[in-house]
Design a protein around this ligand. Structure first.
Ligand SMILES: Nc1nc2c(ncn2[C@@H]2O[C@H](COP(=O)(O)OP(=O)(O)OP(=O)(O)O)[C@@H](O)[C@H]2O)c(=O)[nH]1
Ligand SMILES: [Mg+2]
Length: 405
């Protein structure tokens, strides 16, 4: 009798039919029945734990109303005016996001979550296109973004340009997002150019960029260009916040290509050889074919899209339309196969976990108990009295001491 009941339950689980009446007692009976093989027992137990167990996962929900209620009146005004032509409101909200003050951070978290919910409700969350552009110094990134951005605004798109610059953390200076090279774009009413924030850690800059993207989209910018340098050299991967990664390279000869190819090429969805004009044209053509053959040798990043190489000139604007068409082809393909949405949800999850890592580590080092214990343990590790692993577990325990239930 138990055998027939378990067979019924198992076949229902395999067919994805929801089960009722699978309680502890039934499960125990089935588990004790020797006719069931190990795989079947595991399947039943797994199903029970995730679907029938009384220890339900803790669900905390945030309604858009409750988020809205936590936003101050001043900030509410900025949010309400976000979609107006005036980008002053957008800039002020970005400043809030970049602020290191705790109360500002708290407000920023509410605003971004609220806006995320709103775009979900309005079904606009996948309307936007986040494009990451990177490349070696002097490749023509700024010139390209100016020409490309102008092309997009001529097609009635609204374009936001943001920048992540890991070197600004070290040098304290802003290099990217230079409005000087984006003369036309920065005065275009359908474009918004925001130079890189130079304050805070790299993790902090990336966190604010990720939130800034949400703000720009809520303000009606449907294309967000994120310019970066140093991709692949830092712990932060631009892939965590963009939909397509474009590598912009100058025409080069064989030797120069060798240096760039590794690593960074693997993250590219599209390689654009810039400066395909005048005397550089033959060299640009050669570079395209070199990158093409190099791509053939590497494993594709996605099974739904094969990275490709095209050329353009940001000065003569030749081929700029082609770059956009190729990007749109990518978006269409990724949307149709579901990878676009999947990638975005995965990015958010990964980012959440990274933020937890960052936050916990910062809290640990700032903890007074840890600070008191640290010098003596450091000294003992240096002198070889205790192992680094023993010292580290002592430090972690010290940090958790008052926090355990
Ligand atoms: N011939 C030609 N020159 C270009 C083109 N695009 C950019 N340049 C030139 O290349 C130089 C570097 O351009 P930028 O746009 O500053 O390059 P970048 O990659 O932003 O440089 P960094 O910000 O220093 O990393 C400038 O002198 C540009 O005029 C192009 O399509 N054709
Ligand atoms: Mg530049």
């Amino acid at each position: 009798m138990i055998r027939s009941k378990s067979s019924f339950l198992l076949s229902s689980i395999k067919r994805g039919i929801p089960l009722q009446g699978l309680n502890n007692k039934t499960l125990l009976n089935i588990n004790n029945n020797s006719n069931i093989n190990n795989n079947e027992t595991t399947l039943l137990n797994k199903y029970y734990t995730s679907n029938c167990s009384t220890t339900k996962p803790y669900v905390k929900q945030f309604s858009s109303e409750s988020l809205w209620n936590k936003i101050s009146d001043n900030t509410k005004k900025l949010v309400e005016n976000l979609q107006t032509e005036n980008t002053l409101y957008l800039s002020r909200l970005i400043t809030l996001i970049e602020s290191t003050r705790d109360d500002h951070q708290e407000q920023a978290r509410m605003v971004v979550s609220y806006l995320l919910q709103r775009s979900k409700e309005n079904n606009t969350q996948y309307k936007s296109f986040r494009i990451g552009i990177s490349g070696p110094p002097g490749a023509g990134k700024s010139t390209f973004i100016e020409a490309f951005g102008k092309h997009l605004t001529s097609l009635n798109h609204k374009v936001a340009v943001l920048a992540i610059d890991p070197s600004s953390v070290r040098s304290g200076g802003s290099v990217l997002g230079d409005k000087t090279r984006m003369v036309e774009l920065s005065v275009d009413p359908n474009a918004y150019v925001r130079p890189s924030s130079t304050r805070g850690s790299l993790g902090g800059i990336c966190k604010s960029t990720s939130d800034t993207i949400v703000l720009c989209e809520s303000a009606g910018f449907d294309v967000v260009l994120v310019e970066t340098v140093g991709v692949g050299q830092s712990e932060v991967s631009i892939d965590e916040m963009i939909d397509i990664f474009v590598l912009l390279v100058p025409p080069a000869n064989g030797d120069e290509l060798q240096g760039l190819k590794k690593g960074i090429m693997e993250s590219a969805d599209l390689i654009v050889v810039n400066k395909a004009d005048g005397e550089l044209l033959p060299k640009a053509r050669f570079t395209v074919s070199e990158y093409m053959s190099a791509l053939k040798l590497q494993r594709p990043k996605s099974e739904n899209w094969k990275a490709t190489v095209i050329s353009c000139s940001s000065l003569s604007k030749e081929g700029i339309d082609n770059v956009w068409n190729m990007m749109m082809k990518y978006k269409d393909t990724m949307l149709k196969c579901g990878e676009f949405k999947y990638k975005r949800s995965l990015q958010k999850e990964t980012f959440m976990k990274k933020l937890i890592d960052d936050e916990i580590v910062q809290k640990l080092w700032a903890d007074p108990n840890v600070q008191r214990l640290l010098p003596s343990l450091e000294a003992q590790v240096r002198e070889g009295n205790i192992s680094p692993s023993l010292a580290s577990i002592n430090i972690i325990n010290e940090f958790l001491k008052d926090k355990k239930d």
